[in-house]
Write a protein that binds this ligand. Structure first.
Ligand SMILES: *Cc1c(COP(=O)(O)O)cnc(C)c1O
Length: 464
């Protein structure tokens, strides 16, 4: 399997190279040349298998021989050993035919761990055998950074720098990034919002001299290996509820569009998904895109679901590539319009295809709070605000009630305790294993929202 850039102007790479590179050299994102197919029989055979076994079967066609089968099963076992539930991503019933897919059983209590723990293991294996060293940079609205630092702390061959918007992540998120003591992980607080942080990371990648000097690699959700790892739980949950013999629907709390794009991939591989609902908070660029056909950025308004406070949804570019019939130059032109003019209009054909594949809804702050309260009063579940955005959207876009609706529960309520307490009166407790988080010493570097300043920190640490 080879990977091509969404902008059509970068060399094709194999799985390992695409994983280690992150962003393509033309500024695009890597996508597989074609979508491997799983037959209904192959999907039906997933029933009852351990998560790791399904992961092997779903991911195998994409790996192109990068890892042997036994080796990859070993990697999967190491990746998920730290999860505190034997099903890894268990389902919980919340209504007659309504389900939460709990993706927060990893070390940092958000779904980012599912992919990050796996790519931490894959990176280490790959770097070891190629005797290489890398500098990983990433931007975070909170959860990616903590998951990355957790996945790479102490790993040989990698230095990790995570940029986060100063003051705009929750205290649990910040502490998860600033308390690991390993010298190879660094939390950088910048004076800007998440989109600034993400833009500076992209700038570093586009500064080819710097990129080569420090061997830059990315683990943001733009990294194909992360998207791929997330495809797995669409299969495990759908099969548990009767797929491929009956369809299921998903609602996905969405920011950077990585998680829901994984659902799109599962569907392209043959999983019968009825509705795929994009759930956004008040930062609703994607909901507006579906409603109007205009993809136009606006100011970011901080919300109680900070991991979705985004106006540039990087992985949307991967879908755009599909909507534009894989015409790289057309994608490049739209992305240039987004950068220069703040937006672009989808051509009619592309908009039609988008609406065929996806539904969307957005939740205001008030609606998010009401959904947290409703979950608590109706089912006794404490849900995080991101999950609540999903519950709100799922209710609006429920469709056929005979089809199971699975809402992705993207974080543990204890990661966002203030919002949960404000609406339910209950303060969700951190799991025992991280009960001392608030006692550990913090370590962070403040840096201006300025490419040269950031490169000095990243390059300096790297050289020293
Ligand atoms: C990252 C994140 C999201 C958004 O996921 P994307 O892949 O960026 O769309 C939603 N909820 C939580 C808790 C997250 O950490």
């Amino acid at each position: 399997m080879l990977y091509v850039s969404t902008r059509g102007n970068a060399p094709k790479l194999g799985f390992e190279e695409a994983m280690l590179a992150g962003l393509a050299r033309d500024g695009g994102l890597y996508v597989p040349e074609s979508w491997p197919q799983l037959s209904p029989d192959e999907i039906a055979a997933f029933a009852g298998l351990p998560y790791e076994e399904v992961a092997l079967r779903v991911m195998r066609p994409y790996l192109g021989g990068a890892f042997g089968e036994a080796e990859f099963l070993d990697i999967l076992a190491r990746a998920y050993a730290g999860f505190d539930h034997p099903a890894r991503c268990p389902l919980r019933q919340t209504g007659p035919n309504d389900w939460l897919l709990e993706l927060f059983h990893g070390p940092t209590l958000a779904f980012k761990d599912v992919a990050m723990q796996l790519i931490g293991q894959m990176f280490e294996e790959s770097l070891k055998r190629n005797d290489r060293r890398l500098t990983i940079v990433g931007a975070t609205s909170g959860d990616t950074g903590s998951a990355a630092i957790e996945a790479f702390r102490g790993r040989a061959g990698v230095e990790v720098f995570i940029l986060f918007p100063d003051g705009r992540v929750s205290e649990v998120q910040r502490r998860q990034m600033t308390t690991p003591a390993e010298a190879n992980v660094h939390a950088l607080a910048i004076d800007g919002d998440f989109d600034d942080a993400q833009a500076r990371v992209k700038d570093m990648f586009n500064d080819h001299a710097f990129r080569d000097a420090v061997s830059l690699a990315g683990v943001n959700s733009i990294n194909w290996a992360r998207v791929l790892a997330q495809v797995v739980y669409y299969f495990t949950s759908a099969v548990a509820l009767g797929a491929p013999h009956r369809p299921v629907s998903f609602t996905v709390p969405t920011g950077n569009f990585g998680d829901i794009f994984a659902g799109h991939v599962a569907r392209r591989m043959g999983l019968p998904i009825d509705r795929l609902v994009i759930a956004t908070n008040q930062n609703d660029i994607l909901h507006r895109t579906l409603a109007t056909g205009a993809h136009r950025r606006a100011a970011v308004h901080p919300s109680m679901s900070p991991s979705m406070d985004i106006q540039i949804s990087s992985n949307f570019e991967r879908l755009l590539f599909e909507l534009y019939d894989r015409e790289g130059p057309a994608v490049a032109a739209s992305m240039e319009d987004l950068r220069r003019a703040g937006g672009f209009d989808l051509p009619q054909g592309a908009l039609g295809k988008l609406r065929e594949g996806f539904d969307s809804a957005s939740a205001s702050e008030e609606e998010t709070g009401a959904a947290i309260a409703a979950a608590w009063h109706e089912t006794g579940e404490l849900v995080c605000p991101h999950t609540a955005v999903g519950l709100h959207a799922a209710r609006l876009r429920r469709g056929d009630t005979k089809i199971p609706m699975i809402v992705l529960a993207t974080a543990h309520a204890a990661k966002f305790p203030d919002a949960v307490e404000a609406t339910t009166g209950q303060r969700p407790a951190l799991p025992e294993r991280m009960a001392d988080l608030f006692d550990r010493p913090e370590r962070l570097t403040r840096v201006r929202n300025d490419l040269a300043a950031i490169e000095a920190v990243v390059g300096g640490e790297r050289v020293a």
